[in-house]
Write a protein that binds this ligand. Structure first.
Ligand code: GUN
Length: 292
């Protein structure tokens, strides 16, 4: 069994980007610049945004953080997005989700210039991804594809089962795995809350991607010998095992599933760190004109 080490791989990617950014600077070229908008006081969102800004600093990118109170109006947010859209120095713009209830998330996503949409949430990027055209790919599925590639995991011709059909993870994941390519070309089944007998599919699968947000949902009895398992879950559960009083648990019951797996991502340290690396890669691609 091989652990797909997202922590180590994301560090490698960050080192590569740091080097490439230094080369841009040495050549007198533009330094990649990411803008992040954070609304409200959500603890998890603040942590994610801090990590994104810190990662930018580490690789030498510029970053701009715009913070708003929970009570900001939709109009004020849309005005700021339009201002950033027309700021030529800024290459990437993300609005951290979720947003307060009085703000229409889809309207906000669609207000972002798709050429700066390094989260890959804009319908233009989603559509281009489906068509196999160059596009910004959402960070989590992009990070998973990068892990599969860097570990040389056999994907071509395999049966991949994706659990969960969110716009951010499950749906784009199913499209990427089914695309043409050496580390794709899989036959894909997308399972969701209305699927009858999910176990029938997971037992058949060569690759299982679990993105349900249900702690330790996938257990050893649900998979076959040699399966590749990608765990996207990150749920905080209470524990008295440490001083913090909580621990992070994935959607996979690691002890039982890892006994049968050929490759598996741990939680923490698997998919999570790869998402930030992907956001940085997208920002670099945007700044260097590799996509649009
Ligand atoms: N909230 C949870 N994940 C994400 C993400 O990848 N991007 C943004 N903008 N918000 C999120």
């Amino acid at each position: 069994m091989i652990i797909l080490d997202g922590k180590k791989t994301s560090k490698e990617i960050k080192e590569e980007l740091k080097q490439k950014t230094a080369e841009l600077v040495a050549a007198g070229k533009k330094v990649p610049h990411l803008a992040v908008i954070l609304v409200g006081d959500n603890g998890a969102s603040k942590t994610y945004v801090n990590s994104k800004i810190k990662a930018c600093e580490y690789v030498g990118f510029k970053s701009t953080l715009v913070k708003y109170d929970e009570s900001v109006s939709e109009q004020e947010l849309l005005d700021k997005i339009r201002e950033i859209n027309s700021d030529e120095d800024i290459d990437g713009l993300i609005v951290q989700l979720p947003l307060p209830k009085h703000i229409d998330e889809q309207k906000v996503i669609e207000a972002i210039d798709y050429k700066k949409d390094v989260d890959g949430f804009h319908p233009v990027n989603a559509g281009r991804l489906v068509l196999g055209l160059p596009a910004f790919v959402p960070a989590t599925p992009m990070g998973i594809m990068e892990l599969l590639k860097r570990y040389n995991v056999p994907v071509r011709g395999k049966h991949a089962v994706v659990l969960g059909r969110s716009h951010i993870v499950g749906r784009p994941m199913s499209i990427l795995l089914g695309q043409k390519g050496e580390f794709a070309d899989a036959t894909v089944t997308l399972c969701h809350s209305r699927t009858h007998d999910i176990e029938k599919f997971t037992k058949e699968a060569d690759i299982v991607v679990v993105a349900l947000g249900k702690p330790e949902y996938l257990i050893g009895e649900m998979v076959k010998e040699g399966v590749v398992v990608i765990d996207v879950g990150i749920t905080r559960v209470e524990t008295d095992e440490n001083e913090k009083g909580y621990k992070i648990v994935g959607d996979v019951h690691f002890d039982s599933v890892s006994k049968k797996a050929s490759y598996i991502t741990p939680v923490p340290g698997g998919v999570g760190p790869m998402t930030i690396a992907s956001l940085l890669m997208n920002t670099y691609l945007s700044a260097t004109g590799k996509i649009y």
